[in-house]
Write a protein that binds this ligand. Structure first.
Ligand SMILES: *Cc1c(COP(=O)(O)O)cnc(C)c1O
Length: 355
C-alpha cells in the first residue's frame, strides 16, 4: 500500500534519478571552498536569484539564522510577522544565538506586513531602543503568494527607511510558479533570500541563502560558527542541483492537486475547506469536532497521514499524484458515512438507556 503523507512537503523521498546524481557527484572539502558540486549549486542559485553569491546550508532554519546574523549584530532588531517561521518556529534562534531582538507584527490576511505598521515600529535612534535594522518577510506564507507590486513597495520602503530586507523564501519557487514569473522577479526586491531544496523541490536535505558578496561572506562565517560547515557536501548539493533543474515547473502540479483535494473535500458536510486561502500547495481545512480524532485514525489505517486536530494543514508535493488525491477524498467520504451510522446507533442506544 502506498503511503500518502499530507502533513508537509518536507516528507518527499529522493527519486532514483536524484540518487544517481548524488552517487556520481564530484566532491571536495566545502569548508575550504573546494567542493565543485557545492560551488556549482551556489553559482546556479545565485544566478537564478540575480544575486552575486550564495551559500549552501543544511536547513532552512539555519539559512534564516545566518541571514539574520549577517544583517544584525548584538542589540539590533528585526521586524517580522507574528506567525512567521523565522520568529515562531525556529526556537527564537535570532535572539538565542544572535542577540537580535525580534519585533513581531501581525500579518495581514494576504500574508503581507502592513508597511504603515512597520514604519510605526521602527525605533528612533536613542539609547533606550534596540536599533531597527531589518525587515523580514515570508513568501509563500501559509501557501499565500505576496503580490509583486507589494514587493516593489517593500523595496522602496526599505531604502527610504534605511532597513535591510530578508525574504524567507522556503517556498519562493511555489510563489514564482504561481505568478508565472522567474524567481528573480521576486528575489530582486530583497537583500538576502533563503530557500529550501528539501520541500516541494524534493531534495532530502539542504537550503540556500543568496545575496551580495559581502552579506554571503558574513553568512558563511556564521554558518561555520553554528556548526553548519559541512565537508564533502557535494553529495547533497547534487540532489539540490537535480531538484532545481527538474522539479521547479512541476510545482504547478502540486498546486493543481491541492485544488482537486479542496474541491473533493468541499463536498463533505463535516469538513470546511478554506478555499479562499488556497493559492499554492497548502490547504487548510476544519473537521467537525466530533469526527476529527476518529478520521485521523481511520485514514492512518488506510495509509493516509494527516495532522491530528480540528483545523489542519494539508500539503501536496511530488510524492502525491491526482490518483492519491482521489483516494484521500473517497476515504474521507466513506469514513463520514460510516461514522454517522455508528454515531446514530450510539445516539439511539443512549436514548434507549434513558428509558
Ligand atoms: C520549512 C520552512 C523553513 C525552514 O525549515 P527547516 O525545517 O529548518 O528546513 C523556513 N521557513 C518556512 C516558511 C518554512 O516553511
Amino acid at each position: 500500500m502506498k503511503i500518502i503523507d499530507l502533513r508537509s512537503d518536507t516528507v518527499t523521498k529522493p527519486s532514483k534519478e536524484m540518487l544517481l546524481c548524488m552517487m556520481q557527484a564530484h566532491v571536495g572539502d566545502d569548508v575550504m571552498g573546494e567542493d565543485p558540486t557545492v560551488n556549482e549549486l551556489e553559482h546556479y542559485i545565485a544566478d537564478l536569484c540575480g544575486k552575486q553569491a550564495a551559500v549552501f546550508v543544511p536547513t532552512g532554519t539555519q539559512a534564516n539564522l545566518v541571514s539574520l546574523m549577517a544583517h544584525c549584530g548584538r542589540g539590533d532588531e528585526y521586524i517580522v510577522g507574528q506567525q512567521a517561521h523565522t520568529y515562531k518556529w525556529e526556537g527564537g534562534g535570532g535572539a538565542v544565538l544572535g542577540s537580535i531582538q525580534p519585533q513581531p507584527l501581525d500579518f495581514e490576511s494576504d500574508g503581507s506586513l502592513c508597511l504603515k505598521k512597520v514604519k510605526a515600529n521602527i525605533k528612533p535612534i536613542d539609547v533606550h531602543h534596540a536599533r531597527t535594522k531589518l525587515l523580514c518577510l515570508e513568501n509563500t506564507h501559509a501557501g499565500k503568494v505576496l503580490p509583486l507590486h507589494y514587493l516593489r513597495d517593500v523595496e522602496i520602503f526599505c531604502k527610504e527607511n534605511k532597513l535591510a530586507s530578508h525574504l524567507d523564501g522556503a517556498r519562493v519557487f511555489n510563489a514564482a510558479v504561481k505568478l508565472g514569473v522567474d524567481v528573480g522577479e521576486i528575489t530582486q526586491h530583497f537583500d538576502t533570500v533563503s530557500l529550501c531544496l528539501s520541500k516541494g523541490l524534493g531534495a532530502p536535505v539542504g537550503s540556500l541563502v543568496c545575496g551580495s558578496k559581502d552579506l554571503i561572506r558574513e553568512a558563511r562565517h556564521w554558518r561555520k560558527v553554528l556548526g553548519g560547515g559541512m565537508r564533502q557536501a557535494g553529495i547533497l548539493a547534487a540532489a539540490g542541483l537535480y531538484a532545481l533543474k527538474n522539479n521547479v515547473q512541476r510545482l504547478a502540479v502540486d498546486h493543481d492537486n491541492a485544488r482537486l483535494l479542496a474541491q473533493g473535500l468541499a463536498e463533505i458536510n463535516e469538513i470546511t475547506v478554506e478555499i479562499d486561502n488556497l493559492q499554492t500547495n497548502i490547504l487548510f481545512i476544519s473537521i467537525a469536532q466530533n469526527s476529527h480524532d476518529a478520521l485521523h485514525v481511520y485514514l492512518k489505517d488506510l495509509g493516509i497521514i494527516i495532522p491530528a486536530g480540528n483545523r489542519v494543514r494539508l500539503v501536496t508535493h511530488l510524492d502525491v499524484d491526482a490518483d492519491d488525491i482521489a483516494r484521500v477524498v473517497m476515504a474521507c467520504k466513506k469514513f463520514l458515512v460510516e461514522h454517522k451510522q455508528t454515531q446514530s446507533i450510539t445516539d439511539k442506544q443512549n436514548i434507549q438507556s434513558l428509558y
